[in-house]
Design a protein around this ligand. Sequence first.
Ligand code: ADP
Ligand code: MG
Ligand code: MG
Length: 882
Amino acid sequence: MFKFVYFFGKDVTDGKSSMKDLLGGKGANLAEMANLGVPVPPGFTITAEVCVLYLKNNEYSKEMVQQVEEAVDKLETINGKKLGDPEDPLLVSVRSGARVSMPGMMDTVLNLGLTDKSVVGLAKKVNDERFAYDCYRRFIAMFGDVVLGIEFRKFDSLIGDKKKELGVKSDTDLDAEALKQLAERFKEVIKLEKGFDFPQDPKVQLQMAIDAVFDSWNNPRAITYRKINGIDDKWGTAVNVQTMVYGNMGNTSGTGVAFTRNPSTGEKKFFGEYLLNAQGEDVVAGIRTPKYINTLKDEIPEAYGQLVDICQRLEAHFTDMQDIEFTIQEGKLYMLQTRTGKRTAAAAVKVAKDMVEEGLIDKETAVTRVQAEHIDLLLHPRIDPEAKLELIANGLPASPGAAVGKIVFTAEAAEEMAEKGEKTILVRTETSPEDIGGMAAAQGVLTVRGGMTSHAAVVGRGMGKPCVVGCGEIVIDTKNALFKVNGYTINEHDYISIDGSSGNVILGEVELIEAEINNDLKHILLWADEIRTLGVRTNADNPTDASLARELGAEGIGLCRTEHMFFGEDRIPVVREMIMAEEEKSRKKALKKLLPMQKEDFLGIFRSMEGLPVTVRLLDPPLHEFLPNKEELDEKLREYETAGNIEKIAAVNKIIERVVSLTELNPMLGHRGCRLGITYPEIYDMQVRAIMEAACELAVEGVQVSPEIMIPLVGHVKELALTRQKVCELADAVMAEKGTKFDYKVGTMIELPRAAITADKIAPEADFFSFGTNDLTQTTFGFSRDDVAKFVPIYQKAGILENDPFAVLDQEGVGEIMKIGIEKGRSVKPDLKMGICGEHGGEPKSILFAHSIGLNYVSCSPYRVPIARLVAAQSTLASRNK
Ligand code: ADP
Ligand code: MG
Ligand code: MG
C-alpha cells in the first residue's frame, strides 16, 4: 500500500530529517526531533506527493482519505481526546511545509477543532473561560484569513475597536466576555463575506484547511517566489496536522523563537525572543514587544534550562546553527520547529570557523558552509540593511560594494574633489582609460552605457571600486551639469549612493558598514588553500594591486595588462608621440623615452611578486585608444580657430588626420594584439626589453623573478611563432647584456576560436595557454562586448540567455571551445600549463567549470582572490563527492 501519511510522536514516528522532499522541511524535522526524544506534540504529515496528485486530479484518492482518518484516530487515542468532543476537545494546528521554506505559502491555522459547543467544554475542562475564548477568536480569525481568504485586517480592526471601547492597551487585557464577543463578531464577518456560516464540524474544518494548504502552492505569491528562486513547480507542499499546545494559558506559559547562535554576528550565544501568555506568531507579529530570551531563565527557570539543553542537542545533531520555535504550556516545554538558521555573511564565516574548533564539523564542511557571496559582502563596504532607501534607478551590478558621494561628471572633477577630501560618485556615459585617475579618486562609478565587462566594470572590479553600469534610464545633461532619471533631477554635487551588488542607485547619503578580512575568514581561506588544487592568480598591473592581491592570497599574476601603464600623466604625451610618428625612426625615438618608464613599472611589480610568476601581456588595444577622441579634437579645433591660433590649428589637424586614419569600423576585431606587434615590431621590442631589463636587474640583486611573456590575440600559429622568436632572441640578448640567466616563459592567450581549434598546432610554440574568456566570449557569440548592454538584458528577460555570458561563462558554447583548446593543446604537450584570465576567473560558477575542465589556475582581480580560493576548494570537494 502506498504511504501518504507519516505519523510523528513520542512512541511512533515514521519519518526522519532526510525525507524533506516528501515531508517538507518542517515535517521531516518534526519527525527527526521526535526520533531524538525531544518533546514534540504528536501529529502527522501528509506528503507533498498528495499535494501534487490533488492539484492534478482535484480530488483525493480513497487510500489517502482513509490514511488521514486513521491518523486522526491515532492522534485522538494518543491524546485521549476527540476532535469536536463537546467536553474535552482535541485541537490541532494545520501547518504548511515545502521542501524549502517558502514565503507566500499558506500560513498556519491554530486551535482547529473549536466550535460553539466545544469551546464551552474547553473552558470548563481547564477552568479558564478567558483562555478558551482566546483560542476560539484566534481560530476563527485565522481560519477566515488563511483558509477563506478574508483580509486579516477585517478581524484585527474589530480587536482594535474592542480595546478602545474597554480602554485597554494589550490583547492580554481583554477579558473572557470581550473575547467571546469578538468570536461572535468574527463569525458574522465570515457570514457576511462568504455567505455561509463558519463551519461547526471539526472534520470539515480540517478538510478545508488541508485543501487550502495544497491550493496555496499555486497562489500568485508562491508562484512568483518559486520563479525568482528557481524552485521547481512540481514539488508541491506537505501539510502537518499537529496537536495543539497552549502558550496562552497564563504566565507560566508562553511562546518564542530562538537561534542556537547569534545569526547576525555568529557569536556562540543563545539568542532569541519570547512572550508569556501568547500563542503562535504573536512574537513575530509585533502585537506585543517580546522579551530577550535570557529573562526566561528567571520567569520559567525549568523550561529555560530544558530549552537550552535541547537547543545544544539539536545543534550537535544537525551540526549547524538551528533556528527553533517553541511553546511552553504551564511550565512544560514543547518544540515546534527546527531548521538551519539563516545568517549574515559575518555569522556564516564565524560559525563555520568556530564549529571546526569545537570539533562539530571538519574543515571541508566549514569550507562548504561559506558562500562566495558571503566573502563578496565582507570585502566591500555595504549598505546598512536597516537603512530606508529612496531608489531612483537600477543598472547592472558591475562591481560589488556600496559607495556614497557627490556626483561629478568628469574624471578631473573627481580628482579635484578628492584633493579637497570630498567623496564623489563619478557619473559618465561610459568610461575610457583616461578616466582611470578619476575612477580611483571617486568612491564609486555609475555609467549609462556598457555591460558587465565594459571598461568601467572591469576597472571597477579591479580596483574594488563599487560600480553600477549600463544604467540606461539616466539622461546626462552636461550643459546644465545634471542628470535626469525617472522623474528625478540630480544636480552636480548632489549626494547619491550606489550599490554595486544590486545595481541600485539611491537618492542621498546612505549609511555604510565597513569591510574587513577578519581572523575568522582568514582561517576559512587557509583551510580552502589546503583543499584546493586549482591555482589562484590575480590580474594586476601596478605594484599596489599586486601587493594587495598577494596579501589576499594570490599565487602570482595571471594577467598584467601593459596598456594601463601607458595612460599615466607623464606617459600619454610620449605614447601619442610614438603613435603620431610617421616613420620607424621617430617612433623608435619615442619608444626609447617610454622604455625607462615601463621598466620602472615592471621593477615594482616583479619586486612585489618576488618568488611568484608574473604573466605580462604585451600591448593589446588598438592604437587609436591612446589618442583623444574625434569630438574632443573637433571642439579644440573650433576653439583655436576662434582664437586664430594657426600653429595649434595645424597641430590639431594633424592629430585628427591620424585619428581618422587609425579609425576602425570594428576596433575589437581590428588592428590589435599580436597584429600590432607584427606590424610595429618596435613596440613589442621595447616592452620585452623593459620586462627583461627589470627582471635582470632584480635577479642580479638576488630577487627571484619568473616572468611569463604573453602574446595576445593569436589566431594562427605562425603569428605566435614569429613573435615568439623575436621575443626570445631579445630576451636572451638582454640577459647576456646584464650577465644573468633565469627561466622565463613565452606563452599565448587563447581568445579566438581559431586558436582553440588549432591548439595542437599552437601548443609547440607556447610555454603556457591563458584563456582570455572576455574576447573568446565576444568572438564565439559574435557579440561586441561594448554593445551587449543593449540586448543581453532583453535576451535574459526573454529567456534566451540565463546569464550575461560576459559575467558567467557560457559553458555550452565558449566552454566547449575551451575544452577543445585544452584537449588539443595537451595532446601534443601533456604538461602544458593553462589558466583563465578573463573576468570569469573570479566568478564562482565559472571557477567551478575551470576546475572541472582541468585548468591549472584562474586569475582574477585582487578583491576576487579570496572568493576564488574558496570556490576552488569547493570545486575540489564537489568533484571528490562525485
Ligand atoms: P511558519 O512556517 O510561518 O513558521 P508554523 O507552522 O511554524 O509557520 O507556525 C507558526 C507558529 O504557530 C509556530 O511558531 C508556533 O508558535 C505556532 N504553532 C504551530 N503549531 C502549533 C501547535 N501545534 N501548538 C502550538 N503552537 C503551534
Ligand atoms: Mg508565518
Ligand atoms: Mg515556523
